[in-house]
Design a protein around this ligand. Structure first.
Ligand code: HEC
Ligand code: HEC
Length: 380
């Protein structure tokens, strides 16, 4: 963008002749004006031929890099627009009393965003201002990069870490302690669950068997019949009366996460763990940790600041068009054989909600190994 302006040297051109302003410049000016003036044609055509006397923003203001060539009178309306589009105040980007200063990072980001926006419109819409700051931001500082989850699963807003926040290691250590400690977890090698699963108002009974480190087999009885699910910790298969198939995407990811018998050991395998901020979930403040699971999928893990327990897992599955979220909420924690486990688990996936309520847990019961075998591949 700057390069384009540089090559054009607007000032010289304007001085010499009443040339048509380059379409990119028009797009820039028009986009900025659009929201403020609710698209008054008059204003836009005025901008196409600014009164020769009017200064450019670059001439009138001290530190203009991207918007150099727009008419100076368009700068403040543009500023009011971006303030609204992001739902912020001027001082989100500007140091109080010093508009030219570049000390605030969002101001620098905003310059990049302007350049990006003009390029999008130039490359895809013949320079017409079809895409605006609002298209993405919708009144938020950070746009929603992912489709909205059902209303119950509200995307948390991170707030930055205040001074005195614990380290990542301290958050994970507190979690380990809250779960009952590594020793207690290591003692449990198998588990049998009785669960009520509710989807779309229908409740089914599930019996699930887990085996350390990460295998799980479950039998679901519904009015339509019985189906089984098995995960070896990496892949998952579903078998119904119509045959067996390998689960993909979220189903496979979520099942393999839920099958982990020892969550501390599982988290140790995650890479690039980072304490991202804090977020309010329900009434609880949580520490938000961003991490990458061994299968390469990015997750946010939310640890209750009081209890230390993991209360939400948010997984982002990368598709070619963007990230799709899946969320798992854990609540109603009860100590069972020295280990704190959630008795209520809620999945929000693909616009669906499934609630699992644990009715009974038996640890270290013998479980027939033949259950932990992937179904034979079938042809249909
Ligand atoms: C999202 C960030 C952002 C917000 C919010 C914002 N500005 Fe700006 N402002 C910028 C950027 C970026 C520039 C520099 C543009 C450039 O380099 O082309 C700028 C430049 C300016 C300048 C020119 C300063 C100079 O002399 O160089 C003024 C004046 C200004 N803004 C006023 C405001 C006012 C008033 C508000 C609130 C109504 C506001 N801005 C809100 C990002 C922002
Ligand atoms: C194509 C979508 C898109 C458009 C158009 C867009 N933005 Fe953004 N903007 C983003 C995304 C995505 C982020 C968050 C990046 C991140 O989190 O690292 C962002 C972040 C920002 C930030 C940093 C916010 C923060 O919390 O620090 C500012 C400031 C910003 N945009 C300003 C603007 C302005 C001003 C415009 C219009 C000139 C604009 N954006 C247009 C997608 C867009």
């Amino acid at each position: 963008m700057q390069e384009l302006f540089g090559k054009l040297d607007m000032k010289k051109l304007l001085a010499k002749t009443r040339v048509l302003i380059h379409p990119t410049v028009l797009a820039a000016a028009a986009t900025l004006a659009l929201a403020v003036s609710l698209g008054t044609q008059a204003q836009q055509s005025q901008m196409a031929q600014p009164a020769p006397a009017e200064k450019t923003a670059g001439e009138q203001f001290k530190n203009i890099q991207v918007l150099k060539d727009i008419p100076a009178s368009q700068l403040l309306p543009g500023m009011r627009y971006i303030t609204t589009a992001l739902g912020v105040e001027c001082n989100f980007c500007h140091v109080d009393g010093n508009f030219p200063s570049d000390d605030k990072r969002p101001k620098q980001t905003a310059r990049q965003m302007m350049t990006m926006l003009f390029a999008i419109n130039k490359d895809n819409f013949d320079g017409r201002p079809e895409v605006s700051c609002f298209t993405c931001h919708q009144g938020r500082q950070a746009p929603m990069g992912v489709p909205a989850l059902p209303v119950e699963a509200v995307e948390p807003q991170f707030s930055p870490l205040a001074q005195g926040a614990p380290t990542l290691d301290a958050v994970l250590a507190k979690f380990a302690q809250a779960k009952g400690g590594a020793d207690a977890l290591n003692k449990i090698t198998t588990r049998e669950f009785q669960i009520d699963e509710t989807r779309d108002g229908h409740t089914s009974s599930v019996t699930a068997y887990q085996k350390a480190p990460g295998e799980m087999y479950s039998v679901i009885t519904t009015p339509q019949g019985t189906s089984t699910t098995f995960t070896d910790g990496a892949h998952a298969w579903v078998t119904t009366s119509r045959g067996s198939f390998e689960a993909s995407g979220f189903d496979s990811i979520v099942l393999s996460r839920e099958a982990q018998m020892n969550p501390i050991a599982a988290l140790n395998g995650y890479t690039s763990k980072r304490l991202r901020g804090q977020a309010k979930i329900g009434d609880a403040m949580t520490w938000a940790v961003q991490a990458t699971a061994p299968d390469g999928v990015a997750e946010f893990l939310f640890f209750d600041q009081q209890s230390g327990l993991l209360v939400r897992r948010m997984i982002r599955d990368r598709t070619i068009f963007g990230a799709l979220p899946v969320e798992v909420d854990y609540s109603d924690f009860r100590e069972t054989d020295g280990v704190d486990i959630p008795y209520k688990i809620t999945w929000y996936t693909n616009g669906q909600t499934a609630v699992f309520v644990v009715k009974d847990v038996k640890d270290n019961v013998p479980v027939d190994d033949s259950k932990f075998v992937p179904p034979a591949p079938q042809s249909h």
